[in-house]
Ligand binder design. Structure first.
Ligand code: BTN
Length: 266
């Protein structure tokens, strides 16, 4: 990726040009940015890496981050609020990333609750949000990391991932300019930050539109236990509202959720 091109694609209103770090290789942009956050880096500091040697996903998983194929980006936010006021941050980022992809690749992905960007039944990318707290339990910082597969062809994914993973190039049916994607992501993140604490209702409306999980049969996996239900909605804390066959309704927050028809769940 090329710093000068990313700068060229960034609109004149993007205010955080002076704090954009573009590196060739890091272990994880989230980990490096959290380090900078602890040293006092300002809001809007962002890090983009050509490749990550230890890219991290949610639930302790890795996020494959080879060079030349994806955008791996983390941004530091310091909203003036309590940690509990950021329950919607990952969902807000999901919608912002749908906007960015639509701008740069001319199609709108969906969101598989909570944090996967998808094209049809396949994963395009994911979001990893991490909060840092003050010794008193207040919010010190939020680091939001996003990885998006951009340029891969089907055969570039390992065989075991081919029916689960996709890239923007596969979805758009043509080449993808990663510098353009990165610039669109940064601009969307800035826009998202501007309304983060004041337009929550509008955000949930947008999230409901982008979230492909709603209205689908889901399998809820917690340890050895698997329960099936119908995903009805998301609540104001981002929990998935699920109706079970016996008619009772629950807000589900943790554990793994498989959506029928997506990835390996049929
Ligand atoms: C997931 O799919 O569970 C989330 C994946 C998040 C990957 C991004 S890539 C940039 C940032 N750095 C990381 O180590 N992870 C996030």
């Amino acid at each position: 990726m090329e710093q000068a091109r990313i700068f060229r694609f960034l609109g004149p209103d993007y205010p955080w040009r002076d704090r954009l770090l573009i590196l060739d290789q890091v272990d994880s942009t989230n980990d490096r940015l959290k380090e900078l956050a602890r040293q006092g880096a300002p809001e809007g500091t962002a890090m983009i890496a050509e490749r990550q040697t230890d890219g991290r996903g949610r639930r302790g998983r890795g996020f494959s981050s080879p060079g030349g194929t994806g955008v791996y980006l983390s941004i530091l936010l310091r909203p003036d609020c309590a940690p509990g006021d950021l329950m919607h941050l990952t969902c807000a980022t999901g919608c912002a990333m749908c906007d960015a992809v639509e701008k740069a690749a001319h199609f709108r992905p969906g969101i598989k609750w909570t944090n996967d960007l998808v094209w049809g039944t396949k994963k395009l990318g994911g979001i990893l949000t991490e909060l840092g707290l003050t010794p008193q339990g207040g919010l010190d910082y939020a680091v939001v990391g996003i990885g998006i597969n951009c340029c891969q062809a089907v055969e570039d994914f390992p065989p075991e991932l081919r029916d689960m993973a996709a890239s923007l190039a596969m979805a758009a049916g043509g080449p993808i300019d990663r510098d353009r994607v990165a610039a669109a992501m940064l601009e969307s993140l800035f826009k998202m930050r501007q309304t983060l604490l004041c337009e929550k209702d509008a955000l949930w409306e947008r999230y409901r539109r982008d979230c492909v999980t709603l209205g689908k049969d889901v399998a809820l996996i917690r340890g050895d236990e698997v329960r099936h239900g119908l995903a009805l909605d998301v609540d104001e804390e981002g929990a998935l509202i699920v109706r079970f066959p016996d008619g009772h309704i629950e807000a589900v927050n943790s554990g793994e959720v498989s959506v029928r028809g997506m990835y390996h769940y049929v």
